[in-house]
Design a protein around this ligand. Sequence first.
Ligand SMILES: [Zn+2]
Length: 105
Amino acid sequence: MRNLLIVCLLVAGLLTALAPSVVALARDHPRKWMIVGVNVLLGPLGFLVALSLLIAFPVTETAVEESEPQLCTACGASYRVSDYRPDAVRILCSRCGAELIRGLP
Ligand SMILES: [Zn+2]
């Protein structure tokens, strides 16, 4: 009886400790693998870091609204910011490779 209680507490503790990973995976968070890695590898500290990451980078809706077409300043090719991944640090022109301006969100 006492052992069963200990097992239940351990399982509950483990589920709580891994909650940020579970939430990140379930909601397809953009940094889910970073959150899972930190959460699993760093123990209690990782729990706090993973929780912070989860809160700091909110999940963006998958339905991206189409943005107005813009022109590449180098070659004049038309592009839409919505065609590029929102988490990409730099976006490049598909025709000439120049860095594109994201403009206002
Ligand atoms: Zn270009």
